[in-house]
Design a protein around this ligand. Structure first.
Ligand SMILES: NC(=O)c1ccc[n+]([C@@H]2O[C@H](COP(=O)([O-])OP(=O)(O)OC[C@H]3O[C@@H](n4cnc5c(N)ncnc54)[C@H](OP(=O)(O)O)[C@@H]3O)[C@@H](O)[C@H]2O)c1
Length: 276
């Protein structure tokens, strides 16, 4: 099968003012795509837009919250007004949380599902008719946390696990349309220093800095996304640790559970926020 060319394609990357989304936007631009950047906060979004423009890239920033359907319609309409079409949608925006089911407030669960689930459904629904016209790509940012329900991460891991069934359904619904659907299970990645998570009580806190061990750079993650689009890959698991965890979870679920219990007990004992 010949490679799908990203050059001159129009891409929307949700949640791209920083982090993995920004790295994906840069990687797509470097291949010659025109990229629409998005996030809720305006200032960092405009800063990223200016940075990418100064690199000579064709980008447009559209502020908006992916959990609100009207914002996603506006994101799509402004993209089409500026560039005439949509070829690629990267559903990347998401938030993280921490806390057991007992401790986590219903409002936090609701927010997690609104952003991490409705926040991929809304842009997909809003952009789908345009992507069908171009026979483009819709790619989702999954997580190795979505292989299995994780203690202390129930809201995040269940929101990421639900992506698998959404993507499976979408892929089957789009058979024969020429649209590529992809899901990338991202493993431990270098975090932005500004990355935050929601506590069980609903407060925003900074994610602790990760140790170097087993982390992938954001640039490498982004290159996997671009290669996945070029080769029209369905599912990819990133990082060696991610691949190992997937195999252990699949073939030795009891061992996987034991490890999760040990980690959870250690967290409870030390009352620490684990790395994500
Ligand atoms: N970092 C990791 O190790 C890791 C591992 C596995 C999977 N992932 C996944 O990778 C993706 C990116 O993670 P990251 O680490 O790059 O996160 P990040 O640094 O926190 O960046 C998240 C981006 O999404 C935006 N965003 C959040 N909520 C939004 C909303 N409702 N509407 C629009 N934009 C929104 C943020 O900007 P605003 O806050 O201004 O909106 C920001 O631009 C997520 O799907 C995450 O679950 C990350």
């Amino acid at each position: 099968m010949s490679r799908y060319l990203v050059k001159d394609k129009v891409a929307i990357v949700t949640g791209s003012s920083q982090g993995i989304g920004k790295a994906i936007a840069i990687a797509l631009c470097a291949k010659g795509a025109k990229v629409v950047l998005n996030s809720r906060s305006l200032e960092p979004l405009q800063k990223t837009e200016a940075e990418l423009k100064s690199m000579g890239f064709e980008v447009l920033a559209v502020q908006g919250d992916v959990s609100i359907y009207e914002d996603c319609e506006r994101l799509v309409n402004e993209t089409v007004s500026a560039f005439g079409q949509i070829d690629i949608l990267i559903n990347n925006a998401a938030i993280s949380s921490e806390g057991s089911i007992q401790d986590t407030s219903p409002e936090v669960f609701e927010k997690m599902f609104r952003v991490n689930l409705m926040g991929v459904i809304n842009p997909t629904k809003a952009a789908l008719s345009y992507i069908k016209k171009t026979k483009g790509s819709i790619v989702f940012t999954g997580s190795i946390s979505g292989f299995m329900g994780l203690p202390n991460y129930s809201a995040y891991s269940s929101s990421k696990m639900a992506l698998t069934s959404l993507v499976q359904a979408l892929k089957l619904e789009l058979v024969g349309t020429g649209v590529h659907v992809g899901l990338n299970y991202v493993g431990f990645t270098e975090n932005e220093e500004h990355k935050t998570f929601i506590t069980a009580e609903g407060n925003l806190e900074a994610v602790p800095v990760r140790k170097q061990f087993a982390k992938m750079s954001r640039e490498k993650v982004a290159n996997h996304f671009v290669k996945g689009i070029e080769k029209r890959k369905y599912k990819q698991t990133l990082t060696l640790l991610g691949k190992i965890l997937k195999l252990v979870q699949q073939y030795f679920p009891a061992i996987f559970e034991r490890v999760l219990i040990l980690v959870y007990k250690r967290q409870q004992k030390n009352n620490i926020m684990p790395e994500k």
